[in-house]
Design a protein around this ligand. Structure first.
Ligand code: HEC
Ligand code: HEC
Length: 406
């Protein structure tokens, strides 16, 4: 008993002394140190983004087998978004000093006005060389269920992904040691680190956590789709503020139709839920990757996709299914940016799907016949009109995602 009391007493003392040390280490934001930055008095809200009810529950009929968007969330329990963490992430995201010659930041290739993607087919790195694939939009990256990043899913987590551009010899050209050194050399990082993590220590884990928080905070819930959606209780009901054409395109996107090979298919099978994100597998799914192929090529030659990361022959030609939020402003399309317009994307699904060995049902049937969506021209126009309603102007122009440097 005496021992127990002594232990408890000791624990109390230890706990008290811990919290005192924390208080002493805490560095309040010093305005001079932050002079280069234009940060708000109070934090922007990144941590508690209000999700519409059709994100927190699926309002599709049961046969869609969709779960709530929140079930797709890839946020790890040890890196939940905080306002201070995402604020630090925002500064890191826009900081050109974090590249070999001070010319390139994440935002150089992920521009807000372009849905955090790049209008160029390939993006230009710090030294004028070009990336191998097309840049990716970042809206709703948080809801990619398998939590793997890049077109070929070579990053196992977003925390791992955000450190890779710094070290890429085309993109930013640094080593992690150099990165930490440059971050250390800027007077604005210690106070931002303290606010985010409790003390001013700078290391790669913290840089990674903060950047991942900023990217995960880019949730899209204010597109024209979302505004119109709030007037009805089902995604399949006609939206009163949509045009007839947009409503027709919405039905074509969601409702399965018969392909030329006799199988039933819909766009929403791969671009799921009202966050328009890559698939969530059912419980018995044994694959670790949810990437797939949409039949862009009959054979893969220069880019083997997920196979390059896994070495698995079954993964040849598979690519990540990106979110379609902001798709109208993120041309060109696909991993190699081969389609300049949405018209060409829809035309591909209508009549251009190739019988790649990785193609799965329903795009190929049990006799090996590839299926085309076979849309009329009017249907193709309607699908494009619908896809354009997914553009979230409010989100991309929100100051909280903008460049904080003066
Ligand atoms: C020079 C251009 C360039 C720079 C700089 C750059 N990116 Fe990218 N980013 C790309 C390209 C290209 C891809 C797709 C590459 C691939 O899949 O192989 C990509 C992919 C991504 C993805 C994957 C999205 C997904 O859904 O899988 C994320 C996240 C991302 N970048 C964040 C960042 C962050 C954070 C930084 C800064 C640390 C950054 N990028 C810097 C060009 C760039
Ligand atoms: C079998 C799954 C599947 C189906 C069905 C499907 N897609 Fe896709 N979609 C993908 C994959 C995978 C990609 C990325 C392919 C790549 O880049 O190699 C993609 C890419 C896209 C892109 C370009 C995304 C970007 O950021 O460049 C658009 C737009 C698109 N799909 C729209 C549609 C529409 C519209 C339909 C229905 C007519 C549809 N998809 C049906 C799997 C699918």
């Amino acid at each position: 008993m005496k021992n127990l009391i002594a232990t408890l007493l000791l624990m109390v003392i230890v706990l008290c002394s811990c919290s005192t040390t924390d208080d002493e280490q805490y560095t309040p934001i010093d305005d001079n140190q932050l002079a280069e930055l234009n940060l708000p008095e109070d934090y922007f809200n990144y941590a508690n983004i209000e999700l519409p009810d059709y994100y927190t529950e699926s309002q599709f009929p049961d046969q869609f087998q969709f779960q709530a968007v929140t079930a797709y969330d890839n946020t790890p329990s040890n890196n939940v978004v905080t306002d201070a963490g995402a604020t630090l992430g925002r500064v890191l995201f826009y900081d050109k000093k974090l590249s070999a010659n001070g010319s390139t930041s994440c935002a150089s290739c992920h521009q807000a006005a372009n849905g955090f993607s790049d209008v160029r087919v390939l993006s230009e790195g710090f030294d004028g060389e070009f990336t191998r694939r097309h840049s990716m939009g970042l809206a709703n990256a948080r809801f990619y269920a398998d939590g793997q990043f890049f077109w070929d899913e070579r990053a196992q987590t977003l925390e791992e992904q955000v450190l890779m551009p710094f070290q890429d010899e085309v993109e930013m050209g640094l080593t992690l040691t150099e990165l930490v050194q440059i971050v250390n050399d800027q007077e604005y990082y210690p106070p931002l680190m303290s606010e985010a993590f409790g003390d001013a220590t700078i290391n790669t884990d913290r840089i990674s956590s903060a950047l991942a928080q900023f990217v995960r905070s880019m949730v899209s819930t204010t597109s024209r789709y979302d505004q119109a959606r709030s007037e009805v209780s089902s995604p399949l009901a006609p939206f009163p503020s949509f045009t007839t054409e947009e409503n027709q395109g919405k039905q074509l996107f969601f409702i399965p139709r018969e392909l030329t090979n006799g199988e039933m298919a819909n766009c929403a099978a791969c671009h799921q839920t009202e966050a328009f994100v890559g698939p969530l597998p059912n419980i018995n799914f044994t694959l670790t990757s949810f990437a797939t192929t949409n039949g862009l090529d009959a054979t893969s030659t220069t880019d083997l996709g997920v196979n390059e990361a896994t070495g698995n022959p079954n993964d040849i030609g598979k690519f990540k299914v990106p979110s379609l939020k902001n798709i109208g402003i993120t041309p060109p399309y696909m991993h190699d940016g081969r389609f300049p317009t949405l018209e060409e994307v829809v035309s591909h699904y209508s009549s251009g799907i190739k019988n790649h060995s990785s193609l799965i049902t329903p795009l190929v049937n049990s006799n090996g016949e590839v299926g085309q969506f076979n849309f009329t021209q009017a249907e193709q126009n309607a699908l494009v009109a619908f896809l354009n309603t997914l553009t979230d102007i409010q989100m991309i122009s929100d100051e909280k995602y903008s460049n904080p440097f003066n």
